[in-house]
Each structure stands twice: as structure tokens, then as C-alpha cells.
Design a protein around this ligand. Structure first.
Ligand code: AMP
Length: 117
């Protein structure tokens, strides 16, 4: 997928134009604390290349998505939540996606009920 998607505030966080509490970064992805956490630990893991929604992912994006998911164990360990955490991806406005730059919510640090709200 091309890199010409509309800028979101996450692009500005990637470029360090907006401050964020970054917990992990490499060439492909960035992980930072959510500004409105829903749990004691709530971070967002994003690819640096903008894909607007999970629904927009195509075959060429799959290695990047695999890489993103593959970072989760190390990040949850770093944050001390490796034994109990939840991943959430909101895709589309109807699912409460508000920032159209694909992101994984990684949530933990409290007991997490099921089914989710
Ligand atoms: P979503 O609703 O799934 O699109 O998630 C977007 C998330 O981005 C929300 O949980 C917001 O609290 C979070 N958010 C918005 N602005 C910032 C920011 N400047 N720094 C960190 N997190 C943010």
C-alpha cells in the first residue's frame, strides 16, 4: 500500500512533532502510551507506514502486520503484563476508530472481563 494516506496525529508522533510517552521504537513500528488509558497499562502499537484501517490491509501489508504482532510479546514483557493482556483493533468509525492510522491497543494491568463492552 502506498505511503500517501492522509496525515493523522500519529504521523506527527512518529516524526516527534507531537510529544508521546514512547515505550518502544524500531525501524518499522512505534509504541507509546495512550493519552486516555482505559487500564493501568494501555499502549498503542503502530506501524510507521500508515495503513488507515485493518480493513484496508492487503497482501503486501502482511509482513508488516506479522512484524507488528510479533513485537507484542517483548512489549508486554517490558511493561510487566505478559501474563494477562488484551489486544484491540477498532476498524472503522462504527467500531469507534477515531485515528485512521492502524493501531493495536495493548491493554493490561488489571483483570480484564469477558465479553468486552
Ligand atoms: P481508536 O479510537 O481505536 O482510533 O484509538 C485512538 C486512540 O488514540 C484513543 O485511545 C486515544 O485516547 C488515543 N490518542 C489520541 N491522541 C493521542 C495522543 N496525542 N497520544 C496518545 N494517544 C492518543
Amino acid at each position: 500500500m502506498a505511503d500517501n494516506h492522509e496525515e493523522t496525529l500519529f504521523s506527527k508522533i512518529i516524526r516527534k512533532e507531537i510529544p508521546a510517552d514512547i515505550v518502544f521504537e524500531d525501524d518499522d513500528c512505534l509504541c507509546f502510551r495512550d493519552i486516555q488509558p482505559v487500564a493501568p497499562v494501555h499502549v498503542l502499537l503502530i506501524p510507521k507506514r500508515c495503513i488507515p484501517r485493518l480493513a484496508d490491509v492487503d497482501e503486501a501489508d502482511q509482513p508488516l502486520l506479522g512484524k507488528l504482532m510479533g513485537k507484542v510479546p517483548a512489549i508486554t514483557k517490558l511493561l510487566g503484563i505478559e501474563d494477562a493482556f488484551r489486544l484491540v483493533v477498532n476498524s472503522g468509525a462504527g467500531a469507534c476508530q477515531t485515528v485512521f492510522h492502524l493501531h493495536l491497543h495493548i491493554i493490561g494491568g488489571r483483570s480484564l472481563g469477558w465479553p468486552p463492552g
